[in-house]
Design a binder for this molecule. Structure first.
Ligand SMILES: *Cc1c(COP(=O)(O)O)cnc(C)c1O
Length: 432
């Protein structure tokens, strides 16, 4: 499979190069040259297939010859080796729980797949690869965990001091080995700026092999298709596939779902559920795409003012707005609505959503009011305990902490505190 850049000015590359480059040199996003179709039998007899086999069949055409079969099968089975259950909340709404992986958020799946692919691609190189990433919280943990102990890869994570939750911070700072946490005295934007400057600095890139684990990387984007197929496998009424509501920020997750649908996954409709960052909901109303400065909300992993992956969704529909509209709706949900939903769903059903899932739940419920009889699936993208500071006051109860997280909270944080100064990052990298 070859990948072209959505900006059209960079050469085509294969899966290996697209993974190593992350972003195309012309700043576009890599996009598969042809859209494959999944085998008919996989859909018709999906309950007979193991998750490993489904994932392998789905990803194989995108990887092409870049990874041999046995290796790819190993990577895929290590990527999906935890539960991804569909859980019924009401008669009309079920949740696809994507948070049973090591860092309790759906980003584990993309990060685990990408880290193993990159590990394979660099294993014969003499120089080590340095993965450099800035995080506002969830990405860092998933990337750290995914790359932990991968030979030949060192990971440097920059995070804003005092601005990530305690669970998130422990996930970044307690692994050790090849994972290095830099606690930056500044904001997330400062961290991102420092990372960008390092990639632009030829005196660094000349000496070191630097790469990023950004969410636009094809090796993070494409494996997110897997769990849409796992959901269909568990869906009882195969004649009436679900309306799928996806809490969306950078739009990588929902874009993977729509790609899966175009390649053969049955689905009735997709809803991109957004918080106050309503760039796509506005676009679906007006056909005008107007990026804005991100505003802070209680579903903070979706606080994105210019969703990077949306261009891939447009590409999937060849920029035909009317075709897109048949498959995708999008709404904006306020923080107040998010809290009310979280609370009322918990009171009525005892099902505890996280703030991101609550945004998805209400968006789905509103859609169902105008489309009666259509059953829906909301993607639960994170475990509520990750956002206990928001969730506990809303429901007036404390959330039991899962044993794995309890273990983690006991571990000692190891980070290096630095000022928000690119020169300090440079010294650190050169000293590794
Ligand atoms: C990253 C994240 C999202 C947004 O996913 P995108 O693929 O960026 O749209 C939603 N929920 C949680 C919990 C996240 O960590």
């Amino acid at each position: 499979m070859q990948y072209y850049s959505t900006n059209g000015k960079s050469p085509k590359v294969d899966f290996k190069e697209a993974t190593i480059n992350g972003q195309a040199p012309d700043k576009g996003l890599y996009f598969p040259e042809t859209i494959p179709t999944v085998p008919k039998d996989l859909i018709e007899n999906i309950t007979k297939y193991s998750n490993e086999e489904i994932a392998y069949q789905v990803i194989k055409p995108y990887v092409g010859d870049a990874i041999p079969e046995a290796e790819l099968r190993r990577i895929v089975s290590e990527t999906v080796n935890f539960d991804i259950p569909v859980v019924k909340i009401t008669d009309d709404i079920s949740a696809l729980e994507l948070y049973h992986g090591p860092t309790l958020a759906f980003k584990d799946i993309g990060a685990r797949f990408m880290s193993r692919c990159l590990g394979y691609f660099v294993k014969d190189r003499k120089e080590k690869v340095i993965v450099l990433v800035a995080t506002s919280g969830d990405t860092g943990g998933a990337v750290a965990n995914g790359f932990y102990d991968v030979p030949g890869v060192e990971v440097v994570i920059l995070y804003p001091s005092g601005k990530v939750s305690s669970v998130q911070e422990k996930q970044l700072t307690t692994l050790g080995k090849n994972i290095h946490a830099l606690e930056v005295k500044g904001t997330f934007d400062d961290c991102q700026q420092m990372v960008k400057a390092a990639f632009m600095d030829e005196s660094l890139t000349f000496k070191l092999f630097l790469t990023s684990a950004n969410s636009i990387n094809v090796a993070r984007w494409l494996p997110q298709q897997f769990y849409y197929f796992f959901a269909y496998k568990q869906w009882a009424d195969k004649q009436h596939p679900p309306v799928i509501s996806v809490p969306s920020g950078n739009f990588g997750n929902i874009c993977a779902g729509i790609l899966a649908h175009i390649t053969g996954l049955p689905a009735t409709h997709f809803i991109a559920a957004c918080n106050a960052n309503d760039i796509v909901p506005e676009f679906m109303k007006t056909e005008i795409y107007q990026p804005k400065k991100a505003v802070a909300t209680i579903s903070n992993a979706m606080d994105v003012g210019n969703p990077s992956n949306f261009v891939r969704i447009l590409e999937l529909f060849h920029n035909k707005f009317l075709d897109l509209k048949k498959v995708l709706s999008s709404v904006s949900i306020s923080d107040d609505q998010t809290k009310t939903t979280l609370k009322s769903v918990y009171q009525k059903t005892k099902y505890l959503l996280d703030p991101h899932g609550a945004v998805g739940y209400l968006a789905l419920e509103e859609y169902q009011q105008s489309h009666p009889g259509q059953k829906g699936l909301v993607l639960e993208t994170a475990h509520p305990v990750k956002f206990y500071d928001v969730v506990e006051p809303v429901i007036g109860e404390t959330i039991p902490i899962p044993p794995t997280v309890q273990q983690q909270l006991k571990l000692e944080k190891k980070s290096m505190v630095i000022n928000a100064d690119g020169e300090l990052l440079k010294d650190f990298l050169l000293g590794m």
